[in-house]
Design a protein around this ligand. Structure first.
Ligand code: PMP
Length: 423
């Protein structure tokens, strides 16, 4: 690679040198979950081996050390997305973060939990806005919230090339809109969405913006406060980190006024048998024992990404994306989803092969050592929009090589001949 020392990077990821079914692994499924560098595995093992103790409780030495590591991890991960530590809430992942927000808004509607929450209360006829390109994690929580409150769920369509229809957005987003939720990058289309434009439309009508940053956080320099969104979520396991950990970023005044979702230990100041007072953010949203070793693992992951440098990561993945897109366009019978011109992208392509079922394509690729994702990728409405029930998705990360992209392309070129669907 022109920008990264790929041999050194690949040596840091033990799984990449495994053989699967006798062939070297070509892992092109990082949008589902990324591989983990040894530094992340070591950070978790080291913590569990030497420091493990309950955080924010107990005065003994290990508890104090564990608390310090846990809060250092928060500061490290918050800084990675441009935020101060108190504006980063630990969650179990993006799905958990989005549900936290949706349930919190439901509690605001019920008048529970935070003195300033009335500004978030939803009334029947208020509107929640999403896009047609959501992962189900940023769709179903809003369907449920609409069902609980009488709010109406509306959506912004995408154009045939996968870009968001900003003219439609300008009419869908109105004085009735209370929430505008959208992906920074769709996990199917790979296009970096126009955050500034959508935030401007939402701010003009006083709607809360919620950004799904799952597919951008591992791939681009991210400054959530600069993007101007009110709330944003990401998942650790997609950005070289452990499972069961993720982040919810919020603007300070928004977090201050949001009621808690989960309640219980660790999120209170004083409790009587009849009522409780809650801590300020982020602790207000962190009821119960937290995923401490996972948070420490995620801090090691973002330190790894920072050491490589996110601008270099993005440039490398963009080159892989271009090679993949150019190669796929030249193979007869391939239809790329979201093949828009002049847009910023991350390193993934979902595609349909004319005359061959996506599951057969992925099986054929797997037989040649190329691991890709197949199905609707938790985005059924978007697939329906393109007249499909499933697609094949190849997604790259910083550790993938141009040679691996070529192996994907060679394998895809053989698919239609093998299945008798034309040359
Ligand atoms: N949003 C997007 C865009 C995603 O790609 C994913 C994971 N596929 C999610 C949300 C959900 O993330 P998680 O399963 O880690 O909660």
């Amino acid at each position: 690679s022109a920008v990264l020392d790929l041999a050194a990077i690949r040596a840091d990821f033990p799984l990449l040198s495994e053989r699967v079914g006798g062939t070297p692994l070509v892992y092109l499924d990082s949008a589902a979950t990324s591989q983990k560098p040894q530094a992340v595995i070591d950070a978790e093992v080291e913590f569990l081996t030497r420091t493990n103790a309950g955080v924010h409780r107990g005065a003994h030495a290990l508890a104090a050390e564990a608390t310090e590591l846990f809060e250092d991890a928060r500061a490290t991960v918050a800084a990675f997305v441009g935020a101060p530590p108190e504006q980063l809430v630990w969650t179990n992942g993006a799905t958990a973060g989005l549900n936290l927000v949706a349930y919190s808004l439901g509690n605001a509607t019920a008048g529970r939990g935070a003195p300033g929450s009335a500004r978030f209360a939803l009334r029947p006829g208020d509107e929640l806005v999403v896009t047609e390109s959501e992962h189900h994690a940023n769709l179903i929580p809003w369907q449920e919230l609409a069902g609980r409150t009488g709010a109406v769920l509306r959506h912004i369509p995408v154009h045939d090339d996968g870009t968001i229809d900003l003219d439609a957005a300008a009419s869908v987003i109105s004085n009735r809109s209370r929430v505008v939720a959208f992906p920074h990058v769709s996990n199917v289309l790979g296009i970096v969405n126009p955050v500034a434009e959508l935030v401007a439309l939402a701010q003009a009508v006083g709607a809360l913006t919620v950004l799904d940053a799952c597919q951008s956080a591992p791939h681009l320099p991210l400054d959530l406060p600069a993007l101007g969104v009110d709330l944003a979520v990401f998942s650790g396991h997609k950005m070289l980190g452990p499972y069961g950990i993720g982040g919810l970023y919020g603007r300070a005044d928004v977090l201050d006024d949001l009621p808690p979702f989960l309640t219980g230990g660790s999120m209170i100041t004083t409790v009587s048998l009849d009522e409780a007072e809650y801590l300020p953010p982020p602790q207000r949203f962190e009821a119960g024992t937290q995923p401490v070793s996972q948070a420490i693992g995620l801090a090691a992951a973002v330190r790894y990404l920072d050491a490589v440098g996110m601008p270099a990561v993005h440039a490398h993945e963009r080159a892989l994306e271009a090679r993949m897109g150019d190669g796929l366009r030249q193979i007869p019978g391939i239809r790329l989803l979201g093949d828009a011109e002049g847009v910023e992208r991350v390193g993934l392509w979902a595609f349909d092969v004319d005359g061959v079922h996506a599951h057969d394509v992925s099986q054929f690729l797997d037989d040649r050592g190329v691991a890709v994702r197949v199905g609707h990728h938790c985005a059924q409405p978007l697939h329906r929009r393109f007249g499909l029930t499933a697609s094949v998705r190849a997604s790259a990360a910083l550790y993938n090589t141009p040679d691996e992209v070529d192996q994907l392309l060679d394998a895809v070129a053989g698919v239609r001949g093998f299945f008798g669907a034309g040359a």
